[in-house]
Design a binder for this molecule. Structure first.
Ligand code: HEC
Length: 136
């Protein structure tokens, strides 16, 4: 292979590596920003929310991206919950309403399939923080 061709291939390879690396950095910054915003909106903690979702077994009834084993089909999938306009079709999707829904779904839609589980305000804020990172 002529030297110039080898050099050109090397440049192509290097630019592909650089493109992938900057993609990873941009994705990481985007996710970090999403997390920060979610925590500011809810005054909760994303990681604690993830743990609480596991503890309460939400995944038995919901598909929840990012939660291992959360493949339930009793309730709606929570994919993209961060960008939806309504909660359960009856509440505007904003942080106070999501927190209220998580704590008292039976007060909001009596008889619906999601039980009141005795979730505390703190836990609901954490869970809401996690859910507001679920944009897809
Ligand atoms: C026993 C099944 C069950 C469990 C457990 C459960 N849910 Fe639900 N959930 C439902 C059902 C059914 C609905 C739909 C209610 C409606 O639309 O009236 C729902 C609705 C929701 C909604 C609104 C979704 C939308 O598309 O508007 C969110 C958010 C939610 N659940 C989060 C959770 C979280 C977080 C947990 C764990 C703390 C949880 N759920 C536990 C059954 C469940």
């Amino acid at each position: 292979m002529p030297y110039s061709l080898r050099f050109a291939l090397l440049l192509v390879a290097l630019s592909i590596v650089a493109a992938i690396a900057s993609g990873i950095v941009i994705y990481g910054q985007d996710y970090a920003q999403t997390r920060t915003t979610a925590e500011q909106l809810t005054l909760g903690h994303v990681d604690a929310g993830k743990t609480a979702i596991g503890r309460y077994g939400c995944g038995a009834c919901h598909k929840i991206p990012g939660i291992r084993g959360a493949v339930g089909e009793v309730g709606p999938s929570l994919a993209g919950i961060a960008t939806r306009s309504e909660i359960a079709g009856v509440l505007v999707n904003d942080p106070p309403n999501l927190i209220r829904w998580l704590r008292h779904p039976q007060q909001i839609v009596p008889g619906n399939g999601m039980p009141d589980q005795g979730i505390t305000d703190r836990e609901a804020r954490d869970i809401a923080a996690y859910l507001y990172t679920v944009r897809r």
